[in-house]
Structures are given as C-alpha cells and as structure tokens.
Design a binder for this molecule. Structure first.
Ligand SMILES: Nc1nc2c(ncn2[C@@H]2O[C@H](COP(=O)(O)OP(=O)(O)O)[C@@H](O)[C@H]2O)c(=O)[nH]1
Ligand SMILES: [Mg+2]
Length: 296
C-alpha cells in the first residue's frame, strides 16, 4: 500500500550507509539524506509541518550516535518508526462505549464523496450483532442519498428514519433520536449532507444539526485520495468540532502520507481506515501497525 514511501526509506538508509562507515553521524551528513527523505515524504502527501517534526525528531535521535555499517538499516528504521509513531495519536475511546447513553448519537460528517454513508454502513454492520442500531437519513440534500442509506438498511436488516429530499436534516436526526429513545435502541448512526442547501453555508447547517441534536460523537470522514487536501478539509470542520476521524479509500491510495498528517495536525485520533467498498472493508486504526506498514 505504501510502496513509494518504503522505497524512499530504503534510499535514505542506503545513502547513510555510503557516507558512514563506522563513525558518529554528524549533522552535515544527515542534512543531505534528510533532504531526500523530506522530498519523498512530501511527494507522498505528508504535510510540511509533519515532515519538519519527523526530521527534527530523527536528527535528535541520530546525530552523535555511532552506528556500525551492518546496523545502519536497523537504526534508521527504528528511529524513523519512533518519529512517525510520535506524530500518530491512538484512539482513546470506542464507538461501542456510546451504547451506554441509550441511545448514543453518532454523526458522520465530511464532504460529498468522502465515504460517509459507506463508512456509516460498515460501522453499523460491525456493531449490529451486539447492539440495537438505528440509521438516520440526515443527508437530505444529495439526490439518491436517502435511497442509498435505505438500501444499506435493507441489506443489514436495520431500520432507517427518513424524511423527504430537501427537508431539514437536523429534524430527521431529531426524529431518529426520539424514536430510538422510545424504542430502546442503543445507537443512532446519522448521515449528514456534504453540501449545503444553496442558501446557507454547510457549516451553519452542521452547527444547527449539532445544536438541535447534541451528538455524543462527531466523526469526520475524509478520503485518503484527496492527498494534502484532507488537512484543509479537516481545518474547515474544526469550526464545528469533531472527536475522531475515519480515513477512507486507503486501499486505492498508494501514498499513505495523508493519514500520517491528519492525526498530528488535528490532534484528533483516527478511529478507522476504510479499505474497500464492502461491509467488511474497514479496520480499526492501530498506530503501531500503521507505522509498521509504512516501513515494512
Ligand atoms: N475503494 C474504496 N471505496 C470507498 C471506500 N469508502 C467509500 N468508497 C466509495 O466511495 C464512493 C462515495 O462513498 P459515499 O459513502 O457515497 O460518500 P458520501 O458522499 O460521503 O456519503 C462510493 O462509491 C463508495 O463505494 C473505501 O474505503 N475504499
Ligand atoms: Mg452519502
């Protein structure tokens, strides 16, 4: 999945081997190779700030240490691993925990096409054995959005609360929450629009959605293929605030840097990675595993 990044790390390591036989690594030697690594990281969609952080960390770790030729690979890898691990935040909560709220309300936010509805359905699929799940068709804007979530409801055997197209998404979610309270559901998973109803701005609508419904968890869904743009997207949603991130389409993203950048720049944990279009194609995010993947 992260082949390009792996190649560049190998190149970095080879260069250190060329310049260092068995002496202390000095700052100048390292600067040359760090430059290459920096370029590669940036070409792999790692944001500038994160590249700087990794570089500084790596310098601190390596300058002044003496490494035997045979141990260069290992040393570089372990240092880089440590630096990358430092920029990733581990999730400190699980969606299941919200079931105790009876009903817990989870909002899925993100721009059109980012994978909100698909991710919502995947999570519903993974939780439905142990919990009573209700779906809310809160995206009343996009044509076919309601049909899409209804189809997931049918496939998964889950009830969907919906209104008409063009109606107020906040009211749909409000209804769903009431219905869930009355009928004893554990969790409401609510879709939201990724575009605005022409007259208002999207963030205002989402703000209303949140004020009316007081969600227990707000998840931002971003598409790894957007590259560095995901950071811009996340910044826009900081206006509303969110508690965690889902990164989708990592199965088609050959770079992987966006995921590395997001956690660090938003300070919010990545909870899941979307790895395909099927219901099973979602992984709980594990920072250690992520770093292993980048460097294996
Ligand atoms: N390959 C791949 N495709 C995905 C993933 N998540 C969503 N998609 C696809 O991306 C497209 C947009 O997803 P959708 O859930 O409708 O996005 P929404 O507009 O945010 O609700 C659909 O064709 C999905 O099947 C993923 O993790 N991997
Ligand atoms: Mg959708």
């Amino acid at each position: 999945m992260f082949k390009k990044l792996k190649d560049s790390i190998q190149g970095f390591s080879d260069q250190v081997k060329e310049t260092v036989v068995e002496k202390e690594i000095d700052s100048d030697t390292l600067d040359d190779v760090l430059w290459d690594l920096e370029l590669e990281l940036m070409q792999n969609n790692v944001a500038q700030k994160v590249v700087e952080e990794i570089k500084e960390d790596l310098k601190e770790e390596l300058v002044g240490t003496s490494v035997k030729r045979t141990q260069v690979d290992e040393k570089i890898k372990s240092s880089l691993k440590k630096s990358m691990r430092n920029v990733l935040k581990a999730p400190d909560f699980r969606i299941e925990d919200l079931a105790n709220e009876k009903p817990g309300l989870v909002l899925f936010m993100g721009f059109n096409g980012s994978g909100k509805t698909t991710s919502l359905a995947k999570i519903a699929h993974s939780l439905k054995e142990d919990h009573e799940i209700l779906l809310a068709a809160g995206d009343t804007y996009r044509s076919a959005a309601i049909d899409q979530i209804e189809e997931h409801g049918e496939n998964l055997g889950l009830k969907v609360i919906k209104h008409e197209y063009g109606s107020d998404g906040a009211a749909v979610v409000y209804d769903a929450k009431e219905h869930a309270e009355k009928e004893g559901y554990d969790l409401v998973l609510a879709d939201t629009a990724g575009r605005s109803h022409s007259d208002k701005n999207l963030m205002e609508e989402l703000d209303k959605m949140c004020r009316v419904n007081d969600p227990d968890l707000k998840l931002l869904v971003v598409d790894a293929l957007s590259g560095n743009d995901v950071v811009e997207q996340a910044k826009k949603y900081e206006e509303i605030g969110f508690d965690g991130i889902i990164v989708t389409k990592v199965d088609v993203d050959k770079k992987g840097g966006a995921t590395l950048s997001l956690g660090y720049l938003t300070g919010k944990p990545i909870l899941y990675l979307g790895t395909g279009q099927g219901y099973e194609d979602m992984e709980e995010f594990d920072p250690d595993q992520m770093v292993e993947r980048l460097l294996e």
